[in-house]
Design a protein around this ligand. Structure first.
Ligand SMILES: [Zn+2]
Length: 136
């Protein structure tokens, strides 16, 4: 993960300005004058295909980033890796059997049925508890 750019102090100020100096993780003000340390967070982690771009960056407190966001990201990254491994193993098994890897069949659409008492239902239940027929 060495493809991340470092951002300049000016860009950092731009980030902070965009988010009105609010840390998106804890909702508290990031106050550089008070000595708060800032980390740049990639909203969608780079390891999960997030872009190293302005749109995918937020400024956070260093402690919020390290203690809150990074552990969550690690979980997501680990989950994505497990899934990728499973898919690769599956592809290998299918190849060993000489079967082409086919795309999953689209799931059968669940018959849409009006929820009882919902907008699509022919009966409507009033707040008084009475039921009446809907429509003309
Ligand atoms: Zn924070």
């Amino acid at each position: 993960m060495n493809d991340r750019r470092s951002i300049s102090p000016l860009q950092m100020r731009g980030l902070l300005h965009r988010q009105k100096n609010i840390c998106p993780i804890c909702g508290q003000v990031i106050n550089l004058a008070r000595g708060d340390k800032v980390h740049v967070d990639h909203v969608i982690p780079l390891a999960l295909g997030g872009a190293d771009t302005w749109d995918n960056m937020t400024a956070t407190h260093d402690h919020c980033h390290v203690e809150v966001k990074t552990p969550l990201d690690r979980k997501d990254i680990a989950r994505a890796k497990r899934l990728a491994k499973k898919m690769a193993e599956h592809a290998e098994r299918m190849a060993a059997k000489g079967q082409p890897i086919t795309e999953a069949k689209p799931r059968r659409k669940i018959a849409s049925r009006a929820l009882p008492g919902g907008r699509g239902d022919t009966l409507k239940k009033k707040l008084t508890g009475q039921t009446e027929r809907r429509g003309p």
